[in-house]
Design a protein around this ligand. Sequence first.
Ligand code: SAH
Length: 460
Amino acid sequence: MNAYDSEVAEGTLRAAGYEVMSEGDAVERKSQKVKGEKRGQAYEQNELLPVPFFAPDIILMNTCSVREHAEERVIGRLGMLGKLKRTNPDLIVGLMGCMVEEHREKLFKRFPVLDLMVGTRNIKQLPNLIEQVIKTRKQVAQIKQDGISIEYTELISRKSKFHAWLPIMTGCNKKCTFCVVPKTRGTEISMPADEVVREAGRLIREGVKWITLLGQNVNSYKGDVCVGAGLKPASTFSELLESLCHLDGDFRISFITSHPHDATEELFRVIAKNPKISRHFHLPLQSGSDQILKRMGRQHTYPEYKRKVDRLRELVPDIAITTDIITGFPGEAEEDYQATVNALKEICFDGAFIFKYSARPETPAAKLKDDVPFAVKNQRNHELLKIQKQMTDDNNQKRIGKVSEVFVEGLNERNPKQVIGCSIHEKKVVFFGDRLLVGAFCFVRFNEIKHETFIGETTK
Ligand code: SAH
């Protein structure tokens, strides 16, 4: 969702006449900087370089509040930008994203370096806010949960010609006790189904070959369908997927994120019968212990989760399933942790994101004692990563010798006679192929794997 929001911010700023720089561009610019260069350049955050040592006029950070660590990094950067601002007082520093929703105007007091803040539902206001800062040099913010939640816009700078994010719903009505998302993104709002289908059609006509549907919980999508003057009952996520598959053209559809409680058999059946739908399913488990799942407010037990995964695998045998796990949730005893170890081994996911629990302000779990020592969280995290690596390797080995549909994303920078693609299970593969294949689908046999990248060859 943040990647999409950044693309909207960039497109909106470009349309208002701003030039948007990547960190790399900015470094080069510094050496060529011309006197009197037009003011009002924005800079795109690159995670890799720690300190901006160049001179854009505006620095905007898009932030995430899901875990404490993400926030700490932003806070560290704000400190560094304070120093930069002492040498360049005209610099404008702005924040967008969930940290803004979470802390709101309080951040202005704590960080005088901040000039502007824009909420997740108000991104279009960025040019106005910048103008206000330039005119008044006062701290300005637009953070309104009643702003437009999703609005399809052609003012978007997509990172890829072929791939597009397409938000279909935002917000979350679940009450996972660890999670800050309901606070930062608000309650669920879905886009009307006919608008989603229209926008997807437009993207496909524009040459997009792969659309990722976005939502905090896509499975609980409920979009009104307008028919003539009246409204038909709201369309479910499965119905929406079906309608999208009926659009003409060669394209792939994937989606994130699902919730085990709402991922239904009906959805699995729609995936099974539609080859345009990605064979990758991300289904956060969080813990293998029912006691912990209950305290997390997850609305599923481990056996229920396992039954869903088994059914999904029955209906879509080649599906790649990935998950999220939290280690060290309050009260996680050794046996709870062992239940998660067993779950990872039993389910044998294709991949898992494993996070150390951090209390988020005003979430129900923040009231519980964060009683698992950091060292234990850390150790469990490391062990789970190790186990998961073995599971991922086992799964990947099983794919060797098999043929998969692959979307060709670009040339292999290391060997321009090769192309890089992403399989229908969202596995990376390189193979010898003509550059004309870029942007097209083809069938590839997976011959071997090196560092989690398959090496393959095209087949007829
Ligand atoms: N349903 C959401 C989940 C977003 S958060 C969505 O996809 O939009 C992604 C993952 O971060 C969660 O699945 C969970 O594993 C992890 N997470 C969320 N809150 C956390 C916390 N307080 N501490 C550690 N990890 C957390």
